[in-house]
Design a protein around this ligand. Structure first.
Ligand code: SAM
Length: 238
């Protein structure tokens, strides 16, 4: 059994077990919860001393895991109430009644699909459906146990069901650029569709001419939204 420092005080410090690599170079455009974009793949290379095959022994038998992580880009900023996008950005709820990244302890929890475990050189885990920015520090991994954690009759407050998705259309130029990027990013087109279908625009943004940029991998995806359709105009390498 490895030794941990004794718990003798009521502030705790945790070291990441690794940093998640994801397609999301910045926060804008990241789905608001995991599994909304199944083609958003995350890779986690465990760091020493956790990078031992025995530390993940048996994990391959689970299809989904909980990732506990640090909201490192919002750490230190919180307020007792927040305005969730699902309430149109104009109603406040308590920080403990929502999944905002702005929390007293900036800790997040995402349920993701475990796609692969590679123990050839250290331990590398691949997940599908991640909702985290590239470089997010991961604190822990735990298997998802459906018989206790799946609660089909649970109430979900202001969140309700899944919001209506946007349709996504590509310009001819964007289509060609997707094709050209395919050898490097085989799932790029599906990922763009899944991300834009979530309507990542800020609440109240409703200008059909306004062009937004979302950074996926090394690409700046330029798009705009007219009615319920997101139009992908072009993809530019950064
Ligand atoms: N599923 C997690 C949870 O419930 O704790 C995260 C939900 S939170 C609403 C998801 C949003 O957090 C993303 O859309 C992105 O804007 C933001 N985010 C993702 N990774 C982050 C990070 N490392 N630091 C700060 N914000 C992050």
């Amino acid at each position: 059994m490895a030794k941990s420092p004794p718990v003798t005080q009521d502030t705790y410090s945790f070291a990441p077990i690794g940093y998640l690599r994801t397609p999301f170079a910045d926060k804008f455009g990241i789905p608001r919860q995991p599994s909304l974009a199944p083609h958003a793949t995350g890779e986690l290379q465990l760091i020493a001393p956790y990078d031992r095959a025995e530390a993940v022994r048996g994990l391959e038998a689970f299809s989904h895991v909980w990732l506990t992580f640090v909201f490192h880009q919002t750490a230190g900023q919180w307020s007792p109430t927040v305005r969730p996008p699902r309430l149109g950005g104009n109603q406040r709820v308590g920080v403990f009644a929502c999944r905002s990244p702005f929390r007293p302890n900036p800790i997040g929890l995402s349920l993701v699909e475990l796609a692969a475990i590679d123990t050839d050189a250290g331990v590398k885990l691949t997940f599908r459906g991640v909702d985290l920015v590239d470089g997010t520090p991961i604190l822990d991994i735990k298997p998802y146990i459906p018989y206790v954690e799946s609660q089909p009759d649970a109430r979900s407050g202001f969140v309700g069901g899944e919001p209506e998705r946007l349709a996504v259309a590509f310009s001819e130029q964007a289509d060609q650029q997707c094709l050209a990027a395919q050898p490097k990013y085989p799932d790029l087109r599906e990922l763009i569709i899944e991300v834009l279908a979530q309507d990542p625009r800020p609440a109240y943004a409703d200008d059909p001419q306004r062009v937004y940029g979302i950074r996926l991998y090394q690409l700046d995806v330029k798009w705009r939204c007219d009615g319920r359709t997101a139009f992908v105009e072009s993809l530019e390498y950064l």
